[in-house]
Design a protein around this ligand. Structure first.
Ligand code: FES
Length: 265
């Protein structure tokens, strides 16, 4: 008997299409369903680009295109699968037979407050958002989060009065609102988390000494002239200034690099 060399199944490389409307040779398209209608789109595109390829134009529901602004939450199901999936249209690559729905905005109660007036106790957050205690710990909020934030974790922490934990757990929240869209307690989790981070930053976290000094400099007018100069520049001058700016080398050890121009340090 001789050994037969096992070969791994060959994958056909995907042909990237970029933003091209006329596809390069070898590019494959797959069916997706947008608002219930079938479209053939290149398999390498994100949901957002696939929708644009299909002819949609984003006036709302798109912002940074980089997974940061939270403007493009998307809900989808795969054909034949009961499970609901969640993602960001600008980050999630299309798959065959996705049934897509965009949720660019989900209404959620946002409390009015002045952060400098409410104090740093958890009771302030409880008073502004009493619906916090309607949480039944079903965890649908966490399952809906496209950023893998432990939403139930921070809501539970806040119920226990632990603002630091809530601020840390919610740090990656991009305010897309999908958590609130799934909540049977009708809690606006992402607004509450934002308040928790504000309270934490204002009242609990130790203040950085250098930040305090820099704020004092700003208030004293140290940068006013520079800002006026920048404001007076043309777009071309600003671009030149930006391109030619001194930059920290990519591999510089933290805290070691200093610019030659020290006027504003
Ligand atoms: S467009 Fe900003 S997160 Fe998708």
């Amino acid at each position: 008997m001789c050994d037969v060399e096992k070969k791994a199944p060959q994958k056909t490389p995907r042909v990237a299409t970029g933003d091209r409307a006329i596809l390069p040779e070898g590019a494959k398209t797959i069916p997706v369903y947008i608002m219930g209608k079938r479209y053939e789109v290149p398999e390498t595109l994100t949901i957002m680009k696939a929708m644009e390829f299909a002819g949609f134009k984003f006036l709302r529901g798109a912002g940074c295109r980089g997974g940061i602004c939270g403007a493009c939450p998307t809900v989808y199901r795969m054909a034949g699968d009961y499970k609901l999936h969640f993602g960001l249209a600008c980050q999630t690559v299309v798959e065959a037979d996705m049934y897509l729905a965009q949720i660019p905005f989900f209404p959620a109660n946002r409390a009015e407050y002045k952060i400098e007036e409410i104090g740093g106790a958890a009771e302030a957050i409880h008073a502004l958002y009493p619906e916090l205690f309607r949480c039944v710990a079903c965890n649908l909020c966490t399952k809906a989060c496209p950023m893998d934030v432990d939403v139930l974790g921070y809501i539970s922490a806040l119920k226990q009065g632990n603002i630091k934990k809530a601020a840390e757990l919610s740090f990656d929240c991009i305010q897309c609102g999908l958590c609130a869209s799934r909540c049977m307690g009708e809690i606006p989790q992402y607004h509450i988390a934002q308040l928790a981070r504000r309270v934490y930053g204002r009242y609990i976290q130790a203040q950085a000494a250098h930040l305090k000094a820099r704020v004092a400099e700003i208030e004293s007018g140290k940068y006013d002239a520079m800002l006026q100069d920048l404001s007076a520049m043309s777009k071309e001058e600003l671009e030149k200034c930006y391109v030619e700016r001194e930059r920290e080398p990519d591999l510089a050890s933290p805290g070691t690099w200093q610019p030659n121009e020290k006027q504003y340090l």
